[in-house]
Write a protein that binds this ligand. Sequence first.
Ligand code: PBG
Ligand code: ZN
Length: 330
Amino acid sequence: MGQFPITRLRRLRQRANIRDLVRETHLHPGKLVLPLFIKEGKNFKNPIASMPGHFQLSVDQLPEEIKSITQLGIKSVMLFGIPSEKDGLGKMSYSDHGIIQKAIPVIKKAAPDLLVMADVCFCEYTDHGHCGVVIEHEHAEVNIDNDKTLELLAKQAVSYAKAGADIIAPSGNMDGMVLAIRHGLDDAGFQHIPILSYSVKYASAMYGPFRQAAEGAPKFGDRRTYQMDVANSNEALRECALDISEGADMLMVKPAHTYLDVIYRIKETYPELPLCAYHTSGEFAMIKAASEKGWMDEQKSALEILTAIQRAGADFIITYFAKEVAAWLK
Ligand code: PBG
Ligand code: ZN
């Protein structure tokens, strides 16, 4: 015997097959949701500079893209639309001729079993770039007409459900959005459509690349009057309690990598509800940029961070790495 015996911990790490046996967290492509940006127009696949490997796609590009996604074993996508016209109310988001309304049937035709989640918000559709109807603004303080926004959110959600969306995902952080959308869906005959609420959404700097990709950056002020203060986590539990009382079927924390403590607390408090985490555009871009510089190993970093998000308590993850991870896991 040596000075100190090999511990039971070390004994289980000595060989790869033993490590595999005792591994506690397993990433699976079926638990990853791939975001897609679909833009009005024809015949283009515009690379998004700050998000290597991601594109703004015109609807005609979707069948090919969807084929490659399903071949990799990815089972769900989250759709974001970029309209040709914007206005104060974001009317194109609930028009029958809206971009998402045109895209969903094309996706469904290409892959009937692919789960289609529709992000429900107004920032891509309003000329001011805020997530609801703006009443007034003074510097950073943007006042949103919550009731008017709720009415329009329900309209948008029903319109997406009519187009064939499987899951409705409101991301605007309006008070009462889940209840308003639930009523809207139920009244329109969509009682069976679940709501995945962006329950805990922080006013984060991690959305920078997304706002370029989705062309939804606010033209004035910021989103701190409706998104959460990054310093708070008790408040996250209150947000979840509210969403659950309004009928949310699934909860979400966003961003993910920088909010593992919040994911953990919510899963501990509400283990019975499916919890999603959104590994955001900025969190993706950081890994990409550092790997491009040769400062980090992309594959190892991405797998480690996504594993950590799942280990913290996320049941499924929205991530721009979905395709890469699915390929790496093959
Ligand atoms: C729209 C929305 C945003 C994201 C998802 N839905 C941007 C925002 O709230 O400013 C961010 C996603 C990402 O950064 O990957 N409300
Ligand atoms: Zn928004």
